[in-house]
Design a protein around this ligand. Structure first.
Ligand code: ADP
Ligand code: MG
Length: 780
């Protein structure tokens, strides 16, 4: 111990010398000058003091004030100055991998170091971290996985949880775990960082922990709501008596009849009309699309946006424009529309850019660059630009007031992705983005009364997503009863959502009837994928068809590598169809595409291959590296025979792979009824469902399988299946469900329930004979 202390002492002194050297160097001084200009610097001493005196501290401040890059650094620097550098270990979590990587790089640069010295990062598939790394930026998921093996976070001195205002599921979960841990680790420090001001909520959750606010330096931003915008820009309104001339209006009237439409409208519609009346637009009204967009989160008034942008370009002072849209689709359509506009489409005057989570990082960089003089930068973005990305030169913000949010319909056990109104907090955040460098203007494309009807904050993710992975984690961390544990959350989820998740885990065999983790469950909790995909991997290993199964699982847990560009949709769809060779499976198509890419890659022509076949090379590489990681993890479970050929002995057997896919994706299953001119698909929970048009099973005249298994269904207006694979009756009978649940009888009873539900009497015979065979087999 004495020796250890000596080593730590010596290392700490080295760290201190190195830090001093950098701070005295010319580059270091320049960097420090910048760092001192950030608002957080004024609070440095106060921050360090309150942290040393309290176990839990909440820090809030405007985006860009220096929370993420500075605060962890202040702690590190002060520990190093106090010659405790080698004894401290600071972990700072980020909700997104991209920010963990970018921030660590920035902090290392600010310290005049390379990544992996005192600063490092760790995200799911990669990380740079050295033996002397004292400040680690990681995703929240990575810290949760560390808690699996190291329940009291031994050796960690500070945990910083960033962006808690987003109320992500992992962050809310982590807070329950950490709150329980604090009494057992009195010297551990916990710092929560948040952009907007709901700090009181967190403070009371941690028994009245002190909060410290960093005053920002943003300039005032003037908010214009629709009433004002119509005046300022002179948007052309339509007289009431001409309304019927618009074909669109007829559609609107028809839509008006449907019940859902009426319900949504009733919430705010009359208020909108009143507001326009009150704003003195007597006898006139908005054109349909624009009016619709004021109270219907599904539609966006492109013409109004175009009009506002035109107004800014022609009449307003210089400065970049940031337009908040809901997703890739409408960003693309708007970009197309603007590109053909005489002023906005003129590239000598306007630089039109899109900003979206799945775009390449080289493309993202363009967003931060300053355009040439006289050129106006217009960035069309999703809500990603609210907090995670800061574009410094923005002076004008255009806010459509909507965002595509995931939600979860617990009654039907279906995740949904539907555009909805944002919260007041999000609208304020969007507005604030205009005041970074000078006073700004924000155009909210909805009346003030609509804003007034917004919720204060968006509901936390824990209340709007399926909870299966989370429940599995609770069990594997041995945190006791799932529902009891979750009742201690900041805002506990609905009991029905918890019940659905537990039932699901029982169906797939991860939990037994008493909610205890099974052996399968324990394996699943180690694999960094959803439980059902983990199960598929394990079966792939057991049945020696691991290669293709790893490809399927990697593809499903990264993203779809098949690109579907708007303007070349038909070409792209037929390129994908080539991979399916009439086997009615998106998953097998992916396997073929990957194998083809791998061959091409060996001959250095991976890129050409991707280009020709509408595949994303980046995604292919991600799939490749995930596969490698799966292989290592599965090797550790002892399920893989080390002779690699063995685990691929049956990889050519398409029937077996189909069966393993079915075993993994069950109960994600729908029945297929081929009708004369169409195909009817039904799931037990939703009734009629549809296929996304880029599935190989969409638009085929006939599907020669009675069932489709799928990984993902999403409720948009109808329920859509993203991906699917056809399976036969016998495969479903043998591989669907979980033989260990209630024994063979229980298994057959459950499947029997499915068969009855879908009214397939002809299946009775297959069912009975299989049942007999199975019983005999089990008796042997
Ligand atoms: P917060 O977490 O409070 O939103 P950050 O610590 O992320 O703020 O950023 C503080 C400031 O540091 C930003 O306003 C920006 O000017 C600067 N900054 C952050 N990241 C980078 C980077 N990668 N390159 C240059 N400047 C950066
Ligand atoms: Mg931050």
């Amino acid at each position: 111990n004495v020796v250890m202390e000596k080593i730590i002492g010596r290392k700490s002194l080295q760290l201190r010398n190195k830090q001093q050297e950098w701070q005295e160097s010319p580059d270091g001084q320049k960097m420090n000058e910048f760092r001192r200009s950030l608002p957080a610097y004024k609070e440095r001493d106060a921050l360090l003091k309150v942290i040393s005196e309290n176990q839990v501290v909440i820090v809030s401040g405007e985006t860009g004030c220096g929370k993420t890059t500075q605060l962890p650094q202040y702690i590190l620097e002060s520990e190093i100055e106090a010659a405790r550098g080698a004894a401290c270990s600071i972990i700072c979590t980020q909700p997104r991998r991209i920010s963990a990587m970018a921030v660590s790089e920035r902090v290392a640069a600010e310290r005049g170091e390379k990544l992996g010295e005192s600063v490092g990062y760790k995200v799911r598939l990669e990380g740079i971290k050295g033996r002397d790394t004292r400040l680690l930026f990681c995703t929240t998921g990575v810290l949760l996985r560390r808690l699996l093996v190291d329940r009291s976070l031994n050796g960690v001195t500070h945990v910083i949880v960033d962006e808690i205002h987003e109320r992500g599921m992992n962050e809310d979960f982590l807070l329950i775990v950490l709150r329980d841990l604090l009494p057992r680790r009195p010297e551990l420090r916990l710092i929560l960082m948040s952009a907007t001001l709901n700090a009181e909520l967190f403070s009371s959750y941690f028994g009245g922990a002190p909060t410290l606010h960093i005053p920002g330096f943003t300039y005032p931003v003037r908010a214009h709501f629709l009433e004002d915008i119509l005046e300022i820009t002179g948007y052309r309104l339509t007289p009431y008596n001409q309304i019927d001339d618009y074909g669109q209006d007829k559609v609107w009237k028809m839509q008006k009849q449907t019940q859902a439409f009426r319900k949504r409208k009733s919430q705010i519609a009359s208020a909108v009309e009143d507001a326009l009346e009150a704003a003195n637009f007597r006898g006139y009204r908005l054109r349909t699309q624009e009016s619709l967009s004021c109270w219907n989160p599904d539609s966006i008034g492109f013409n109004l946006i175009e009009h506002v942008l035109c107004h800014i370009v022609k009449k307003e002072r210089p400065g970049a424009v940031l337009v908040f849209m809901t997703g890739w689709d409408d960003i693309n359509s708007l970009k197309d529309q603007l590109a053909s506009h005489p002023i906005l489409g003129d590239s000598s005057k306007v630089l039109l850019l899109a900003c979206h989570g799945s775009m390449a990082s080289s493309e993202q960089r363009l967003i931060f660059d300053k355009p040439e003089d006289g050129v106006r930068k217009i960035v069309l973005a999703t809500n990603m630009a609210e907090t995670s990305i800061t574009i410094n030169d923005v002076v004008f913000v255009v806010d459509c007031g909507k965002a595509k949010e995931t939600s979860y319909d617990a009654l039907n056990n279906t995740p949904c992705l539907i555009p909805s109104w944002i919260s007041k907090a999000a609208a304020r955040q969007r507005r604030g983005r205009a005041g970074r460098v000078q006073p700004g203007e924000c155009y909210h494309l909805y009346p003030r009364c609509v804003y007034d009807a917004f919720a204060d904050y968006q509901p936390p993710e824990l209340l709007r997503t399926p909870l299966q992975s989370l429940c599995l984690q609770i069990k594997s961390l041995q945190l006791g009863s799932i529902s009891e544990f979750l009742s201690r959350a900041l805002q506990p989820p609905e009991p029905l959502s918890v019940q659905n998740a537990v039932e699901y885990l029982k169906v797939i065999g991860a939990l037994d009837e008493n909610e205890n983790l099974t052996v399968l469950g324990r394996h699943l909790s180690i694999l960094p994928v959803e439980p059902k995909l983990g199960k598929m991997l394990i079966l792939g290993a057991i049945f020696n068809c691991l290669g293709p199964v790893m490809t399927v699982v990697a593809g499903l847990s990264v993203r779809d590598p098949f690109l579907m560009p708007f303007d070349k949709k038909d070409l792209a769809e037929s390129a994908k169809a080539q991979f399916s060779a009439r086997d009615y499976s998106d998953h097998l198509a992916l396997v073929r595409a990957y194998d083809g890419w791998k061959d091409a890659e060996r001959q250095q022509s991976g890129y050409e291959y991707c280009w020709q076949n509408f595949l994303s090379a980046q995604t292919m590489k991600a799939i490749d590296s995930l596969r490698k990681q799966f292989f290592c993890l599965l090797k550790d479970t002892g399920l893989i025979d080390l002779k690699t050929e063995d685990c691929n002995m049956w990889s050519h057997d398409e029937h077996l792979i189909r069966a393993v896919i079915c075993a993994g994706l069950f109960p994600g299953i729908c029945s297929v009824v081929n009708k004369e001119k169409s195909i009817a698909l039904k799931t037990m929970e939703d009734g009629q469902v549809l296929l996304y048009s880029n599935s190989v099973n969409a638009g085929v005249p006939k599907i020669p399988y009675p069932w489709l298994v799928f990984n993902e269904k999403v409720k948009v207006n109808s329920v859509f299946l993203r991906d699917s694979t056809g399976v036969s009756d016998s495969v479903l009978l043998l591989f669907g469900g979980n033989l260990s649940r209630g024994g063979l009888d229980g298994h057959l009873k459950m499947l029997g329930g499915y068969l009855e539900f879908f009214m397939k009497p002809a299946l009775g015979n297959t069912y009975l004979s299989l049942r007999r065979e199975l019983e005999e087999l089990i008796q042997k």
